[in-house]
Ligand binder design. Sequence first.
Ligand SMILES: [Cu+2]
Length: 157
Amino acid sequence: MVTIRSFLASIALTAFAVPALANDIHAGDIVISHPWARASAGKAGNSAAYFAITDTGKSADRLVDAATPAAESAMLHLSIMENGVAKMKMLSGIDIKPGEVVELKPGALHVMLVGLKAPLKEGDRFPMTLTFQKAGEVKLDVEIHGPGASHAGHAGH
Ligand SMILES: [Cu+2]
């Protein structure tokens, strides 16, 4: 039996969940969650952007390109450890299987921003366009977080 009290509780929970979804961008079967980038430290001309990609459909998709007016170039990278040394591998694309969540995060997959046109300041935002093979172009507003955000794969900057 559903009491009024539990009914109200479920409404309260639903309302509470909304802010967390505000950063989700939908394009076809693809959902991009919480895009963010690290603020650039000092004169560092590079940074990286992160987000989660969910494929809610029944077929796989592939992220093939990223572009932003904030940097000279944006590249798909994977941070790896090789003989105890952090390295980055350039990727031609990132595959997303149906029902899967692929997380871009510090020390792992990321969109490398090379040649920043201006320093990335905490609290600011910049636009980014991702291109998927099936879902097409997805426009994001990337939130800039503090420079202290850990990023194991980019110890040099
Ligand atoms: Cu990189």
